[in-house]
Design a protein around this ligand. Structure first.
Ligand SMILES: Cc1ncc(C[n+]2csc(CCOP(=O)(O)OP(=O)(O)O)c2C)c(N)n1
Ligand SMILES: CC(=O)[C@@H](O)[C@H](O)COP(=O)(O)O
Ligand SMILES: [Mg+2]
Length: 597
C-alpha cells in the first residue's frame, strides 16, 4: 500500500481499509489482533513521515507489526500470515528489508536499535515499543545506555495501558499518570497562541513568563526520561492522524535521543476487541459477527491451573508467579481465588525466578509458570540463584516443544538441553492428564530442590498409569522393538501404534515422565534385551534427552545403537500438527521412521 502521496482524508480511508483487512485475515488465521488494531494510525504516520528502509524501524515483540508489513510490500501475502510457508508472525530481516531486526521476545528492541544506530550513524533508527515491554529488564538496561550518549535515536512508546492483560508495575502507573496531562499538541497550540499575542501587542516579558510556565508544564510529564537525558514528547493521541503526523514531523530532525509517548487503544475499531482486549491480544480463528472462537478441549495449561487451585487449598505455602502470562499459563483461576498468593511481575522473567528464590529460601513453595522459550531469559538466575542453593522452586515450563503459528522465536525446544546440564534441577515431562495431575501433587509437596515440569501447547489426553518418582512407565509389552517416548510424544506414539502393528511391529512402549533423574534401573535391565531402540522427544536432539542416554550407555560400557527422533535446528511456523508431522514426530512420517531403521 502506498501512502506517501495521499492527503489526510485518503489516509483515514486507508486506516479503515487496513482495519478491515486485519480483522478479516486474523479471523481466519488467528493471530495478534488487538495490538495491531491499536497501531493502525501510528504505523501509517510513521511510514508517512519516515522513509523505510533507509530510516530503520524496529518493532518490539513484533506482534503489532502487521500494519507495518501491509505498508511495506507485503499486503498481497498478508492473508498467508502465520500459515506454513506464509508471512512470519513477527518481524524478520530475512522476510523483508523493512524489518530492522528479529522480534518475538519482548525487550530486545532498544538494545538492537542502539547497536544499529552505532553501526549506521547516518540512518535514523526508530524503535517502537509497548508500555509493558518498556518495563522489561533488557529495555531498561538499554535506556540506561542510550541516555548516556547523545544518540539520534527515536523511541516510540506505544502506551495502551495493557500488557496481554492489564499492565502492572510502578513504571506503568507513572506512565498512566503522565498520560492524563496536557498533550504535546495542546502545548504546541498554546505556544502558537502566545506568539500571536506577542505579535499583536502583548509585552515580551509577559510572553516569556507564560512560555516558561507552559514549557515547564510540558516537560514535567516526562520528567523521568528528561532526567535520564532523553527528550520526552507527549502524550500524543495515537488515533489522530493529523496530530501524529505533525508530531513526527517535529521529531524527525531533533538532536539526541527522544521518546515519543503515544496513547493508543488496544483493539480500536472492532467492538469485541475493544470490549475484551485480553482475549483479542492473541486469538485463534473467530467469527467476525460474534467475536466467538470455537470451543476446544481442555488444554494442559488449563489443567495445570485447575489442579493448582485444588492444591492451593491444601497447601497454603503455594505461591503462584507469572511474568505477564496469567491466562496463557492457566494461572487465572489461582489468581482469582488466591490474590494474596499470586504475583504477576510483568515481562520480567529474570526477576520472577530470583523473586521465587527469595520466597523459597524462607519456606514458601513458589510455582513459577513461564513459557519454556521465555525462561531462556533467566538462565543465569536458574543456575546462580536457584540451583546453586538447591531451592525448592517449581517451574512450570508451558509451551514446551513446538508451539505452532508463533514459530521459531517461541518454540520451546531447548529446555531439556539447557536444564539437564544444571546440577540439582529435576525435569519432568508428564505424558497425560492424569500424569500431569500426579506430577503436580508430587512436585508441590517436594521440599528437596528445584523441579521443572514441561507441558506442551496441546489439549490434554487421558491415560491413567502408575506414577513413581524417577520411574519410567512401561505402557505396552512387545518384542524386538523398544520405543521410549518422552512426555507429549507418548500420545503421538499411541495414535500410530495400530499402523505399526499392521506392519507386524509390536513395540514395547515406554512413557517417560522423569527426564532427570534418569530411570537407570530400567535402562540397565532392559536395553540389552532389544534389537532396536528408539527414543522420541519433542526437543532439540543435541544435548537433549537421548544424548543424555547415550552418555549414560557409554559410561556403563553398553554398546547399543539408539535411533533418536527429535528436533534439529530452528523450526519455522505453521500449525502445530503440521509442523510435528513435517518433523517426523507425528502421523505417517513417524510410522515410516519407526519402520525404516
Ligand atoms: C520475554 C517475553 N516474555 C513474555 C512475552 C509474551 N508477551 C508477548 S506480547 C506481551 C505483552 C506486550 O505488551 P506491550 O509491550 O504493552 O504491547 P501491546 O501488546 O500492549 O501493544 C507479552 C507479555 C514475550 N513475547 N517475551
Ligand atoms: C507475542 C507473544 O509472545 C504472545 O502473545 C504469544 O504469542 C502468546 O502465545 P499463546 O497464544 O500460545 O499464549
Ligand atoms: Mg501495551
Amino acid at each position: 500500500m502506498k501512502i506517501k502521496d495521499k492527503n489526510l482524508e485518503e489516509l483515514k480511508d486507508i486506516a479503515k481499509e487496513i482495519r478491515e483487512l486485519l480483522i478479516d485475515v486474523v479471523s481466519k488465521n488467528g493471530g495478534h489482533l488487538a495490538s495491531n488494531l491499536g497501531v493502525v494510525e501510528l504505523t501509517i504516520a510513521l511510514h508517512y513521515i519516515f522513509n523505510s528502509p533507509e530510516d530503520i524501524m524496529l518493532w518490539d515483540v513484533g506482534h503489532q507489526a502487521y500494519v507495518h508489513k501491509i505498508l511495506t510490500g507485503r499486503e498481497e501475502r498478508f492473508p498467508t500470515i502465520r500459515k506454513k510457508g506464509g508471512l512470519t508472525p513477527f518481524t524478520n530481516p530475512n522476510e523483508s528489508i523493512h524489518d530492522g531486526f528479529i522480534s518475538g521476545h519482548a525487550g530486545n528492541t532498544l538494545s538492537a536499535a542502539l547497536g544499529i544506530h552505532e553501526a549506521k550513524k547516518n540512518n535514523k533508527v526508530i524503535a517502537i515499543i509497548g508500555d509493558a515491554a518498556l518495563a522489561n529488564g533488557e529495555s531498561l538496561e538499554a535506556i540506561n545506555n542510550i541516555s548516556e550518549k547523545d544518540k539520534n535515536l527515536i523511541i516510540v512508546l506505544n502506551d495502551n495501558e495493557h500488557s496481554i492483560g492489564e499492565n502492572v508495575g510502578a513504571l506503568s502507573k507513572y506512565m498512566s499518570k503522565i498520560m492524563g496531562k496536557k498533550s504535546y499538541n495542546d502545548f504546541k497550540n498554546e505556544v502558537e497562541l502566545l506568539v500571536r499575542k506577542v505579535i499583536f501587542g502583548n509585552s515580551v516579558a509577559d510572553f516569556i513568563k507564560r512560555l516558561e510556565h507552559t514549557v515547564k508544564y510540558f516537560f514535567n510529564p516526562g520528567n523521568f526520561f528528561e532526567e535520564l537525558g532523553i527528550h520526552y514528547i507527549g502524550p500524543v493521541d495515537g488515533h489522530n492522524l493529523k496530530e501524529l503526523i505533525s508530531t513526527f514531523e517535529d521529531v524527525k530532525d531533533m538532536e539526541g535521543p527522544v521518546i515519543v509517548h503515544i496513547k493508543t487503544e488496544k483493539g480500536k475499531g472492532y467492538k469485541f476487541a475493544e470490549q475484551n482486549r485480553e482475549k483479542f491480544h492473541g486469538i485463534s480463528p473467530f467469527d467476525i459477527k460474534t467475536g466467538e472462537t470455537c470451543k476446544k478441549n481442555e488444554s494442559y495449561s488449563q489443567l495445570f491451573g485447575n489442579k493448582l487451585v485444588e492444591l492451593g487449598e491444601k497447601n497454603s505455602e503455594i505461591i503462584a508467579i507469572t511474568a505477564g502470562m496469567i491466562k496463557g499459563t492457566g494461572l487465572d483461576k489461582f489468581f482469582e481465588k488466591y490474590p494474596k498468593r499470586s504475583y504477576d511481575v510483568g515481562i520480567a522473567e529474570m526477576h520472577a525466578v530470583t523473586f521465587a528464590g527469595g520466597l523459597a529460601i524462607k519456606g514458601k513453595k513458589p510455582v513459577v509458570a513461564i513459557y519454556s522459550t521465555f525462561l531462556q531469559r533467566a538462565y543465569d538466575q536458574l543456575i546462580h540463584d536457584i540451583a546453586l542453593q538447591n531451592l525448592p522452586v517449581l517451574f512450570i515450563l508451558d509451551r514446551a516443544g513446538i508451539v505452532g503459528e508463533d514459530g521459531p522465536t517461541h518454540n520451546g525446544i531447548f529446555d531439556i538441553a539447557y536444564l539437564q546440564s544444571i546440577p540439582n534441577i529435576r525435569i519432568m515431562a508428564p505424558f497425560s492428564k492424569e500424569d500431569l495431575e500426579k506430577s503436580l501433587e508430587f512436585a508441590v509437596n517436594d521440599k528437596s530442590g528445584p523441579i521443572a515440569i514441561r507441558i506442551p501447547r496441546d489439549s490434554s489426553f487421558c491415560l491413567n498409569v502408575g506414577f513413581e518418582y524417577g520411574k519410567w512407565q512401561e505402557i505396552k509389552k512387545g518384542n524386538e522393538y523398544l520405543v521410549i517416548a518422552v512426555g507429549s510424544m507418548l500420545k503421538e506414539l499411541l495414535i500410530i501404534e495400530k499402523e505399526l502393528n499392521k506392519n507386524n511391529v509390536y513395540p514395547t512402549i515406554v512413557g517417560v515422565n522423569f527426564i532427570n533423574p534418569l530411570d537407570e534401573k530400567y535402562i540397565l535391565e532392559n536395553f540389552v534385551k532389544y534389537e532396536k531402540i528408539f527414543i522420541l522427544e519433542e526437543g532439540i536432539l543435541h544435548g537433549g534427552f537421548s544424548s543424555k542416554i547415550l552418555e549414560f550407555l557409554n559410561d556403563k560400557n553398553i554398546n547399543k545403537i539408539i535411533h533418536r527422533i527429535g528436533i534439529e535446528g530452528f523450526v519455522e511456523h505453521g500449525k502445530r500438527d503440521e509442523i510435528l508431522t513435517d518433523l517426523g514426530l507425528k502421523g505417517k512420517k513417524l510410522v515410516d521412521r519407526l519402520l525404516k531403521k
